[in-house]
Design a protein around this ligand. Sequence first.
Ligand code: WT7
Length: 639
Amino acid sequence: MLEWSRPWEMVLDTSEAPFWKWFTGGELNASHNCLDRHLARRGDKVAYHFVPEDEKEPLQSLTYRELYRRVNEFAVLLREFAGLRKGDRVTFHLPMTPELPISMLAAARLGVVHSEVFGGFSGQACGARIADSGSSVLVTLDGYARNGRTIDHKANADVAVETARKLGQEVRKVLVWRRYPGRDLSQAPMVEGRDYYVDELLPRFRGTQVPPEPVRSEDPLFLMYTSGTTGKPKGCQHSTGGYLAYVTGTSRYVLDLQEDDIYWCMADIGWITGHSYIVYGPLSLGATSVLYEGVPSYPDAARPWRLSESLGVTVFHTSPTAIRQLRKSLPEGPRGHNVRFRLLTTVGEPIEPEVWKWYFDVVGGGRAAITDTWWQTETGGFLCSTLPAVHPMKPGSAGPPLPGIFPVILDEDGREVPKGMGHAGNLCIRNPWPGVLQTIWGSPERYVAQYYHRYSKKPGSKDWRDWPYLTGDGAIEGADGYFRIIGRIDDVIKVAGHRLGAKELESACLTVPEVAEAAAVPLADEVKGRVPDIYVSLKPGSASSPEVVDKVRQSIVGLIGKIAAPQHVYVVEDMPKTRSGKIMRRVLAALSNGADCGDTSTLVNPEVVENIRRTVGTGASPKTGLSREAILQEVRDLD
Ligand code: WT7
């Protein structure tokens, strides 16, 4: 499915296990595969229908030829004006407009490694990622529409550059796309000699082209930062050849994208879902996709259905959170709209069977296939899913593994939990596959420790059988070989499908001078699945006040972004602790969710539990189909 400028010599090289190398000896270029090779046959085919949030603003349809032209011009700009070369990293902090895929493909064309930071992340979060990746160029946008308001996005760039500088990384140039060329949506001043409007530079490069730089299959295509057990986000490094092969193949077989499909993935390109299944997979197949700027519920809950009707969307991809939201705000769904979905897919969190049924019956009219795709930032593409119209569907279960993926459930001692036993264990993948991350940028030790150390049988082994990949998810394998994902086992909280580290939230709380200790736990939420609840205790001499609570909230939003905003911030006199000083997050999670705290006799301070219960009240009763027990299983105690 790909064009290689040089064929590979070896499919999988395990000589530096567990650093897998796919298709070694081969050379290719991702931008060539997504653009150039389609020009002859699909030059006039639409690659993206860009739909602005404001319904009065006209749709922009970009053909493959138009996309090719814009990517080339920006690639020349990146090379000539910004001085970027093969192997350099460039950070993007871009929201959902065509400039994001254009920037990604332009970087890929030069062999420059892109690192896109989700547009909703704060300037500080962006700055930390700039510093970690060693980017000296930041590409951003002046502003965009979100829920009817105009977001001043350029303001984040100034914070990002300042944060990166404090961390030792100088940003030479900030390239600012304007949402409306020539018109400014940002109040932030342009810094002389650092900040440049892309639309003012582009005329110099009008009509210019740059040949796609052939890169080695194992050369990195991009970094995608994600959260894990520790406070510091990790830059998952994805390869060019293996990754592109994997997302192209899975877009064909799981998304089933055909020549005449109109495909809409409602995710944000700032997450891995968008990289793999809005940009690289669909473009590599020459598909037509919808790119939507805004919030699905703007200006009202029928927007997705009007949009799907008017563009004739056939394949629709979204998250359980979005489906829950759509169902809650408009239970009749697209009824009354002439939608013609043939495939509906979901990703990012477990979907409750009743939500699944609504998606199937009401959105799909009982005719469209549903696929529940399970995977991760690290895995590059789908790992478990039914194939549409091939496998029977089972609500609440992601399904069987894809061809070439061999999952296994291991218990705490590394023994296999046979299928059909009905109990959960740690979901691992026995074998490497082409889409798997190559390493964590700058931290090869952390990569091994995080994903392979737990169950690696023989350190130093060159045999892939000795390196099961630890996903960080708990799961149950049914007798039919379908996998049901229970949730994370590593202090990751999935909020509306977004991945947040409990440690990251806690570190943000600890930057507030009054705060002595902090714990973040998941609280069940009817729409978002989970939201963070925060507990803090204060230093001696500091008293609880609305200001302290506000500072904690502001610090989380400032350091991470609005998506991390906690539901509650509880100031407690003391944390429930074990004799060894561990904070019992599990007790706090039970209190937040109105669940039984279990045995608290091992605490040094059991009396605090009742005090905290009084502060919290009876706790929210989870209205989701997910049990309280499932939430408590995701929570570990804090050393
Ligand atoms: C975590 C990965 C996968 C791309 C978007 C999220 C959870 C993902 C499912 C699913 C149940 C799911 C897992 C996984 N997850 N898909 N279909 N059913 N849970 O990528 O941000 O890296 O998150 O999302 O817990 O480990 P991510």
